[in-house]
Ligand binder design. Structure first.
Ligand code: SF4
Length: 260
């Protein structure tokens, strides 16, 4: 029986898609965003151990499609009454694209709204496995400069753009760009200008902005990893408003949303 590696299932979420949702966090991500708030999800599709409050814990459990469907369907009534559903997040969902496609197909069959979060960091053929079964894609855009993107987060921006543009061509799904607002990285003026230029050229009318936070910092301690953002100062409301206004002046509605 096929299994997927899951490191969390979060019920009653009001982020990451519309309405009340269950978020399934799939483990594994090839990127290395310094601000990552789920560092335990990174690297290979394999369980990780960390030490929390003196206790060693294993992060990541192999679960079958049936187990996950049973868990998600407990809240079916909430999805129907709130316009919610299920969201596959990560990590990077494309690391387990075959399993994700199986899960999404099942939720489609059951009439549950499906969303995914992705950075679009693999060749387009991976996301094509998922698109027949997805109604909404929350697509992270981070660093637009090709060299910095590769250096800082380890992703080829050209691949990201190919994925984004492929999804944009799929009329059956809703594509929402999400931009984490990370001081000294994504909020650099040249990066914001490049982002707005790219989105304007594609006639994108709406983005979600995700202001930086440090909620994941203790996880780096549990993992024994260095947290590069420990001295970073979160943006003020006024700085977030300035960025929001910059998008809106370019004709792109910017919603300040949940946090990356
Ligand atoms: S893509 Fe997401 S999960 Fe992967 S390193 Fe970046 S923030 Fe973390």
């Amino acid at each position: 029986m096929t299994k997927g590696l899951v490191f969390n299932v979060q019920r009653y979420s009001v982020h990451d898609g519309g309405g009340i949702r269950t978020i399934i966090f799939l483990k594994g991500c090839p990127l290395r965003c310094p601000w990552c708030s789920n560092p335990e999800s990174r690297k290979a599709v394999a369980p990780t151990t960390w030490t929390k409050n003196g206790q060693q814990e294993t992060i990541g459990q192999w679960q079958t499609k049936e187990e996950l469907v049973d868990e998600v369907m407990k809240d079916e009534i909430f999805y129907r009454t709130s316009g919610g559903g299920v969201t596959l997040s990560g990590g990077e969902v494309l690391m387990q694209a075959d399993f994700a496609a199986e899960l999404l197909a099942e939720f489609n069959y059951l009439g549950v709204h499906t969303a995914i979060e992705t950075t679009g960091c693999f060749p387009v053929k991976e996301i094509q496995k998922l698109t027949p079964f997805v109604q909404q894609v929350l697509f992270d855009l981070k660093i637009m400069d090709p060299i910095k993107s590769k250096q800082v987060i380890g992703v080829d921006i050209q691949t990201v753009k190919e994925n984004f543009e492929f999804l944009l061509s799929q009329d059956q799904l809703e594509l929402i760009p999400r931009i984490p607002l990370i001081p000294e990285y994504t909020t650099e003026p040249a990066n914001l200008l490049a982002m707005i230029d790219y989105l304007q050229n594609l006639e994108i009318k709406e983005v979600h902005l995700l202001p930086f936070h440090q909620y994941g910092s203790s996880k780096y301690d549990y993992l024994g990893w260095d947290y590069q953002m420990k001295d970073a100062v979160p943006l003020t409301n006024s700085q977030v408003d300035t960025i929001k206004n910059q998008f809106e002046a370019a004709g792109i509605t910017a919603n300040v949303d949940g946090l990356e």
